[in-house]
Design a protein around this ligand. Structure first.
Ligand SMILES: NC(=O)c1ccc[n+]([C@@H]2O[C@H](COP(=O)([O-])OP(=O)(O)OC[C@H]3O[C@@H](n4cnc5c(N)ncnc54)[C@H](O)[C@@H]3O)[C@@H](O)[C@H]2O)c1
Ligand SMILES: O=C(O)C(=O)C[C@@H](O)[C@H](O)[C@H](O)COP(=O)(O)O
Ligand SMILES: [Zn+2]
Length: 374
């Protein structure tokens, strides 16, 4: 079997809402067939952004047409600012105008911005239409297309408005990532590294050895995407709505989301994966400060993220991030906050993340003050 024919299937086990993630080269060429096997009669709205539409939309439309699937696109501006009330309204009204019924489908064809927005629209129109994810960024293939978190940002914080709403199918064509910019590929890779750091030191070691192969494509890339999806699917199957363990997937996000909020979701300043990269280093450093892990592990993570070309501290955000208080204001809106208490994902070392409850705000403030001064 050549690499080209290698397709991995990961199942997200959620009883009657279970679904498959198909991962491999040229999976998109079978999109129509795969969609028909799940939804034989559905018409589709394809939500996408201008970048993805310019490169990949025609091929998808032709593929669906060849299978007799009626489909029309809704094309949005690219970038994090699109995950907004205004664009949610645009998408919802376009779907309604198309007269799509509940049994029809919304396809998210793009990165995580499109996936989160289209998923929330699908959850909302007629109280829930069918939803299919065709992720085109590395980040979306390894993370956002899996697990059913959908939503938009608010000025007060990331993803503060949304719903848990699972897709019926996820199609991840790893060759589509060849057209992704280097910056966005790196940003998505931060979420891949996250899985190693959470609970799989062996995967983290493998990632340290295989960054070049994953960038290049082929079987290393497929392995990285499939391992990430398997890791996420396992956690989601046990804790779909984040009443416990799922919070581990938030490693690096409490700090990262705050930085995204402070920089006002401007993708030219900071994208999600970059915020997560900085956040993961901060989470390791804060764990070491709280005597939970070794500073050597923080250094190891920092060194690897730097090698990949990701930001690892807040020095590039000095025009935006002025004080620890500013960060604390966003942290107070984090969805893990409970009865006003801060809950963080901290670590005992590589692959040993844990949920830390009631972390003293004064400690976090002091840590951030030092981090901003260094
Ligand atoms: N729901 C979840 O579980 C979850 C998980 C992780 C992240 N997210 C969310 O995902 C978002 C980030 O996703 P993202 O990093 O994919 O950002 P994105 O959707 O903005 O995509 C990144 C950029 O790459 C472009 N692009 C995408 N695919 C391309 C391709 N194949 N070729 C060329 N260009 C392409 C897009 O147009 C965009 O400019 C954030 O809003 C984050 O909060 C959600
Ligand atoms: O799926 C999850 O659960 C995650 O936390 C994955 C994260 O990578 C993702 O960025 C998610 O959108 C963050 O969720 P939030 O609940 O903190 O907004
Ligand atoms: Zn994330």
């Amino acid at each position: 079997m050549t690499d080209r024919n290698l397709t991995e299937k990961v199942k997200v086990e959620l009883a009657d809402r279970s679904y498959d993630i198909l991962i491999g080269e040229h999976v998109l060429l079978g999109a129509g067939k795969h969609i028909k096997s799940v939804l034989p009669d559905a018409k589709c709205a394809i939500v996408t952004d201008e970048n993805v539409a310019a490169i990949h939309l025609e091929a998808l439309l032709e593929n669906l047409k060849a299978e007799g699937i009626e489909a029309a696109p809704i094309i949005l501006p690219a970038g994090e600012a699109t995950k907004s009330y205004a664009h949610l309204q645009t998408v919802i009204e376009a779907i309604i105008e198309m007269r799509l019924e509940r049994g029809d489908a919304v396809i998210a064809f793009g990165g995580g911005v499109i996936g989160d927005l289209a998923g929330f629209a699908a959850a909302s129109v007629r109280r829930g239409m069918n939803f299919i994810q065709i992720p085109t960024s590395l980040l979306a293939q390894v993370d956002s297309s899996v697990g059913g978190k959908t939503g938009i940002n608010s000025p007060q914080g990331k993803n503060l408005v949304g719903a848990f709403y699972q897709p019926r199918l996820v199609l991840a064509d790893t060759t589509v990532l060849d057209t992704l910019s280097e910056r966005e590929f790196r940003a998505g890779f931060a979420e891949v590294i996250k899985y190693g750091l959470i609970n799989d030191a062996g995967f983290y070691n493998w990632l340290e050895q295989n960054w070049d192969g994953i960038k290049k494509g082929g079987k290393e890339r497929i392995h990285a995407v499939a391992t990430s999806c398997r890791a996420k699917a396992a956690i989601v199957a046990r804790d779909e709505r984040e009443s416990g363990e799922r919070a581990l997937l938030n490693l690096g996000h409490t700090f990262g989301h705050a930085l995204e909020g402070i920089t006002k979701y401007q993708s030219d300043v900071l994208v999600h994966g970059e915020g997560v990269a900085i956040g993961m280093v901060l989470a390791h450093a804060f764990s070491a400060r709280m005597n939970q892990s070794s500073p050597d592990d923080t250094q190891r993570v920092k060194t690897y993220l730097e090698k990949v070309g990701l930001p690892t501290d807040m020095s590039g955000l000095r025009n935006h991030v002025k004080s620890a208080n500013q960060i604390m204001d966003f942290i107070a809106q984090d969805k893990k906050v409970s009865r006003g208490n801060l809950n963080f994902i901290l670590t005992h070392g590589i692959g040993q993340a844990y949920i830390a409850k009631n972390v003293p705000a004064a400690e976090v403030h002091a840590f951030l003050t030092e981090a901003l001064e260094s």
